[in-house]
Design a binder for this molecule. Structure first.
Ligand SMILES: C[S@@+](CC[C@H](N)C(=O)[O-])C[C@H]1O[C@@H](n2cnc3c(N)ncnc32)[C@H](O)[C@@H]1O
Length: 312
């Protein structure tokens, strides 16, 4: 049997996008379960996966106690993902020091950066494990404790992106929110105390009127020329190529180095443009729990290429 080097977790409703992207990236799928694709190589983090276990190792075992001894020799603490052979997997996990999953994330509490490795039982006597999970949870899903006040639920994808980054605007930050209506991203940033330049063709929800740190401009987001800003955010509905050219202008200007932008697809997704964004410096392109038919481009100086990434 050829063992996978990567486990790519399937986001509900986005399996075909993930499979298509893996094909585009020449990352061969060896096998699939209801929740996971076993990928032969581990070139990079595919955007459409819900979460990815990278540099996966296989561990052959002879019994439950043999598994426990072998796992304890690898790491003192583990996370267990129950998929196939769940009962036997649980029996292995029972006598290990394990960390449980977070039910709901709380913005801005952040996430624990260094989480223990994870294992799953794929055959009665075969474990896959990884020290390199790309998101904080085992499967990559990130449910949040929600807030009912903002005018839409779009703030959840902003919270998710900023939590994954472990950085967000504060009272000293100057930020731009492009395509901001009805205003939940603007609300989220205003709540953090940032000075928000919020731009849309339509008007913001009146609930934003109470924030003194929000300056709203009606008009075309793309008419704003790059200027000194701490963060640029965009949730504009537009062609991905247009967003790419515009954001490339910001990067080349040197006026800003932190970006969170939705790349939206009208109908079919576009692997070429995802790859183009991915080739910009210091970034990740991710389909997050709160994204619909879109992915999020997160660009930030602290995002470095993973040492296990291949050159792409
Ligand atoms: C998905 S909504 C944004 C939701 C927003 N992030 C929130 O949290 O409420 C997309 C917005 O992009 C705006 N939009 C589309 N093209 C635009 C353009 N060229 N300039 C400014 N706004 C634009 C639309 O008016 C719409 O309000």
């Amino acid at each position: 049997m050829i063992y996978p080097k990567q486990l790519a977790f399937i986001a509900p409703d986005f399996k075909s996008e993930l499979k298509d992207e893996l094909k585009f990236l020449k990352m061969n799928v060896l096998q699939e379960t209801d929740t996971v694709l076993w990928v032969e190589n581990d070139l990079l983090e595919p955007a459409w996966a819900q979460g990815v276990w990278r540099d996966v190792k296989a561990l052959e075992i002879t019994s439950i106690s043999d598994a426990q001894t072998k796992l304890k020799a690898i790491a003192p603490t583990w996370r267990y993902y129950g998929d196939q052979h769940h009962r036997r997997g649980e029996l292995i996990a029972e006598k290990l020091d394990t960390v449980l999953e977070t039910d709901k994330y709380h913005f801005t509490r952040g996430v624990v950066k260094k989480m223990p490795p994870a294992f799953t039982l794929v055959e009665p006597n075969l474990i896959f494990y990884s020290h390199h999970l790309t998101r904080p949870s085992l499967t990559g899903a990130m449910p949040f404790k929600e807030d009912k006040k903002p005018p839409s639920r779009a703030y959840l994808k902003l919270w998710e992106a900023l939590t994954l980054l472990g950085d967000w605007p504060n009272k000293t930050s100057q930020v731009v929110d492009l395509g901001s209506c009805p205003g939940s991203w603007t609300w989220a940033m205003a709540k953090l105390g940032a000075s928000v330049l919020s731009i849309d063709r339509s008007k913001l929800d009146p609930m934003l009127d109470t924030f003194k740190n929000v300056h709203f401009q009606t008009g075309d987001a793309f008419s704003l020329k790059p200027e000194k800003k701490d963060w640029v955010f965009s949730d504009v509905i537009c062609y991905p190529d247009k967003l790419y050219e515009y954001m490339k202008g910001w990067i080349d200007s040197g006026h800003c180095s932190k970006f969170v932008c939705s790349i939206k697809f009208a109908g079919k997704h576009d692997n070429e443009i995802i790859q183009k964004f991915r080739q910009l410096p210091h970034n990740r392109v991710l389909h997050m729990t709160h994204n619909k038919n879109e992915v999020t481009w997160i660009c930030h100086p602290k995002i470095k290429k993973s040492p296990i990434d291949s050159v792409v």
